[in-house]
Every structure is written in structure tokens, then in C-alpha cells.
Design a protein around this ligand. Structure first.
Ligand code: CAA
Length: 380
């Protein structure tokens, strides 16, 4: 087993690293404070092929593998998790979902524009009363022959206002339970579709998170993804890959905080020497480095499972569970190593600590990952 990255993967890593330093780092603190979406940066990410990394070039994608995607996600997330969540949702939920399960017409009409970054997508599953309990969909999509009538509210939707294309999960036939759920493509501007208020968040404050309201929105049946009743499985299959992207985001947040703490510990002096010479600090760095490396192996393993067409429900859930825990613990320690400066925005680590928390919540909380993991290991 060779753990070294290929030349191509190293090039993608360098390109993402350069982009993060040159384009994301300037004003990242201001964007966080002002809750300002990184619109220009996302546009450039699209031009460089980061918005449809795994999509076939015939649909304007970059035709790369999942390992390339997680490598890029790690580098972008080291600097700006608000930008990287936009990349993650667009790539692994929206583009992947459409490319794998959409019709040719849907791919031509929507995927080509999403993969090039011309427009951004959103994935709309969560509701006020259906977060972890995702089968309890209250949003309805009533079958009216050649179209559906969509009614309901979605919550905490990433890219809620910036997106142009929304994949919306809704209940068509309640008696059929999760087998009566459909996934519909909804366009911004469809009559009856309103964007709700923006959430004022603890972290990833540059990303725009909104509730969405659907009032008798007429959605053509040609916008349904997959067969009638496939919506819940569509959501589960898509989220299984999405979780690898968020695991990579968590890894990046942890690695970003660690790199800052390492550098600071070699510059800051206390008791007559650099603080890295104190065992209390050196041992913290040793723990952080070890945990990050372990998280990286889990993330890469999940990505390679996906690339090799192996089941990645288990490896993706383990990667997300562990990497998000490492992100939380590492960022707390990075703040601690920075001491008083860690509490100050200019040093970035307090933002990374706030950003880390969401990785234990979205695309399935840590508790949901443990359900997925335990069911998987107990099923035989
Ligand atoms: N692949 C394919 N099918 C799957 C699947 C998977 N990974 N997981 C479940 N299914 C299928 C099951 O096989 C079952 O189908 P059958 O009855 O035909 O066998 C069906 O889906 C229902 O599954 P369960 O009985 O296991 O359903 P459950 O009610 O026990 O829930 C759950 C399972 C894992 C807890 C699920 O509800 C879940 O993942 N919840 C969390 C939802 C989530 O991740 N939300 C995040 C919101 S999106 C987001 O955050 C995006 C963003 O903006 C950043």
C-alpha cells in the first residue's frame, strides 16, 4: 500500500492551497463579521473547475476523482470554511445527485451550468421538524398529472439565497412513508417560491443559510429526479457522498488551526524561550498532529472507496464522525496555544473554532453518523 499522492493530486493540492492563500485569505475576517457571501471567490472557483470537480467534462465538469475533491476541500477549508461549504454542497450533493440520478435533459439543462459554476445549487432536505428524522417530511409534492404542487418550509438551507437551482425533497404519498417521497428540481423565481430570512450563525457566517417557503409551487414532472418514490433514497445516497466532503472540510479546519498554532508556538516567547519548547505546548501539538493524520487517513479511505465503487456509507460516516471531532478538539487547543491572542479575531483560530462546530451537525449530526456506523457493523 502506497500512501503517497500522485503528481496530479499534488498539483490539485497546490492549486487549491494557492487559491486559498491568494483569494480566500484576504477579507476572510471581514466576511465572517459582516456575514458576507464570498461571491467573487466562488465565481473564480467555478472558472478554475472547483465547482464541478467530479462531473464528466461533457457536462462542463473537471472529470476528477473524489480523492482530488477531498484534497481540494481540505486546502480551501484551512482558510475559509464558509467558501468550502459552498463548494461541498454544489459538488457532492447537487452535481453528484444530478449526474448520477438525473435524466439527460436535466443534466443538459441544470448540471452543465452547476458544474461550470455559472450557477450554484442547494440541497433542501431539512425542515423545522425534520432534521435528523429525515423521513418525517412535512413538505408535500402533490401529483397533478404532468406536474407537482409543492407546499411547505425548508430550514437551514446552505446557499439558500445565492442558489439558482434547488433539489427539494418532499412527501407525495404519506401512506407509503419514505417510499412516497420525491426529489424535485426547483428553480429560483418559480411562482410561489420565497426565500425566508437569513440565519445569524455561530460559524461559517460567510455562507448564506436561509429557510425556504413553497406556496403552491408548480413543478413540472420532468423535474422529478428518479422514479416516483425514489426521493428518500436519493437523499440518503447523495448525503453518503456529501459526508465525505464535510469530513474533508472538518479535516481542513483542524489542519488550518494546527498550522497556525505550530507557527505561533515557534514565535511566541514565554519564560525566556519559544512556547514550543515547553512540553505543555509541544505535547498538545503532538496530539493535534496525530489526530489530524488519523482523520486524513479516514477521509482519504472514504474517498478512495467511492472512487473504486465500494460501499462508502460506513467509511464516509466514520470519516465525518472522527474528522469533525478532531476539528472541534484541535481548534479549541489552537485557541489555547494562542492564549489571549487566540481570543482575538486577527489570529483566525477563534473563527476556525466557531466554524468547526457545524461539521458535527450538518449533513447528519455525529449522533446520526453513529446510527449509520452501528447499523452497518451490526447488520451481519
Ligand atoms: N443508501 C441507500 N438507501 C438508504 C441509505 C443509504 N445510505 N440509508 C438508508 N437508506 C434506505 C433504507 O434502506 C430504507 O429503505 P428500505 O425500506 O427500502 O430498506 C430507507 O432508506 C429508510 O431508511 P431507514 O429505515 O434506515 O430510515 P430511518 O428513519 O431509520 O433514518 C437515518 C435513517 C440514517 C437516521 C436518516 O434519516 C438520516 O440520515 N438522517 C439525517 C439526515 C441528514 O443527514 N440531514 C442533513 C441535512 S442536509 C445538509 O445538511 C446539507 C447542507 O446544507 C450542508
Amino acid at each position: 500500500m502506497d500512501f503517497s499522492l500522485s503528481e496530479e493530486h499534488l498539483m490539485i493540492q497546490q492549486a487549491a492551497r494557492d487559491f486559498a492563500q491568494q483569494e480566500l485569505l484576504p477579507e476572510v475576517i471581514e466576511r465572517d463579521e459582516e456575514q458576507r457571501f464570498p461571491i467573487e471567490q466562488v465565481k473564480k472557483l467555478g472558472e478554475l473547475g472547483f465547482m464541478g470537480m467530479m462531473v464528466d467534462p461533457k457536462y462542463n465538469g473537471s472529470g476528477m476523482d473524489t480523492l482530488s475533491y477531498v484534497i481540494a476541500m481540505e486546502e480551501l477549508s484551512k482558510i475559509d470554511a464558509s467558501a468550502s461549504v459552498v463548494v461541498s454542497v454544489n459538488n457532492s450533493l447537487v452535481c453528484y445527485g444530478l449526474e448520477t440520478y438525473g435524466t439527460e435533459e436535466q443534466k443538459q439543462k441544470y448540471l452543465t451550468r452547476l458544474a461550470s459554476g455559472e450557477v450554484i445549487g442547494a440541497f433542501c432536505l431539512s425542515e423545522p421538524e425534520a432534521g435528523s428524522d429525515a423521513t418525517s417530511q412535512k413538505t408535500t409534492a402533490i401529483d397533478k398529472g404532468d406536474h407537482y404542487i409543492l407546499n411547505g418550509t425548508k430550514n437551514w438551507i446552505t446557499n439558500g439565497n445565492t442558489a439558482e437551482v434547488y433539489l427539494v425533497i418532499a412527501q407525495t404519498d404519506r401512506e407509503k412513508g419514505h417510499k412516497g417521497i420525491n426529489a424535485l428540481i426547483v428553480e429560483k423565481g418559480m411562482e410561489g417560491f420565497e426565500i425566508g430570512p437569513k440565519e445569524n450563525k455561530l460559524g461559517i457566517r460567510g455562507s448564506d443559510t436561509h429557510s425556504l417557503i413553497f406556496n403552491d409551487v408548480k413543478v413540472p414532472k420532468t423535474n422529478r429526479i428518479g422514479a416516483d418514490g425514489f426521493g428518500f433514497k436519493f437523499a440518503m445516497k447523495t448525503l453518503a457522498g456529501g459526508r465525505i466532503g464535510i469530513a474533508a472540510q472538518a479535516l481542513g479546519i483542524a489542519a488550518g488551526a494546527y498550522e497556525l498554532a505550530l507557527k505561533y508556538s515557534k514565535e511566541r516567547k514565554a519564560f525566556g524561550t519559544e512556547i514550543s519548547n515547553h512540553q505543555a505546548i509541544a505535547f498538545k501539538l503532538a496530539d493535534m498532529h496525530t489526530q489530524i493524520e488519523a482523520a486524513r487517513h479516514l477521509v482519504y479511505k472514504a474517498a478512495v472507496d467511492k472512487d473504486n465503487d465500494h460501499n462508502y456509507d460506513l467509511s464516509g460516516a466514520m470519516a465525518k464522525l472522527y474528522a469533525s471531532q478532531v476539528a472541534m478538539e484541535t481548534t479549541v487547543e489552537a485557541v489555547q496555544i494562542h492564549g489571549g491572542n487566540g481570543f482575538v479575531k486577527d489570529y483566525h483560530v477563534e473563527r476556525l473554532m466557531r466554524d468547526a462546530k457545524i461539521t458535527q451537525i450538518y449533513e447528519g449530526t455525529s449522533e446520526i453518523q453513529k446510527i449509520v456506523i452501528s447499523r452497518s457493523i451490526l447488520k451481519d
